[in-house]
Design a protein around this ligand. Structure first.
Ligand SMILES: [Zn+2]
Ligand SMILES: [Zn+2]
Length: 156
């Protein structure tokens, strides 16, 4: 048993998973990576899963604009260039992931990943309809990979 770092009169056998400081039940903060002391549980940079409303708004905005703008552009490109559908779709997914990640300020929370994934799928659907490549095998395979890439990028 050790003395709680915050309450010297309290004995505890729990310590912060980050700094190892002994903490009693009053100080414990339950996080995805274990029990932490109040200091270590404080949000730091990309470790936070909870973004500010502004970040979500930015990510969503970039996602929507990217999906529409990028989708139309990609559609134009695919209807002119009939080869390389797979590569272009993949590049689009990568770009969408990068853009959303940037908008979310490298904050790879689940909600942001969802935004990146949805925008990529939406953008690809727009591109597919615009270029008529929607049901092409390369396009579909490219789209699946693009979405995976976009979501993976988001994870940081
Ligand atoms: Zn700590
Ligand atoms: Zn305490």
């Amino acid at each position: 048993m050790a003395k709680c770092a915050y309450h010297p009169d309290v004995e505890t056998n729990v310590s912060c998973s980050n700094c190892g400081k002994p903490i009693c039940p009053k100080d414990m903060v339950y996080t995805a990576v274990g029990i932490k002391c109040p200091e270590c549980a404080r949000p730091v940079g990309r470790m936070t899963a909870h973004g500010k409303p502004r970040d979500y708004a930015m990510a969503a905005l970039v996602g929507v604009l990217g999906a529409i703008g990028g989708g139309i552009l990609l559609g134009e490109l695919l209807s002119v260039v009939r080869i390389g559908t797979f590569i272009f779709s993949l590049a689009f997914g990568y770009a969408m992931g990068e853009a959303s990640s940037w908008a979310a300020r490298r904050n790879g929370g689940l909600a942001y990943q969802a935004i990146a994934g949805v925008s990529t799928v939406t953008g690809l659907a727009i591109a597919g309809i615009a270029s008529g490549a929607l049901f092409g095998l390369f396009f579909i395979v490219g789209a699946v990979f693009a979405t995976v890439v976009a979501v993976a990028r988001m994870r940081g």
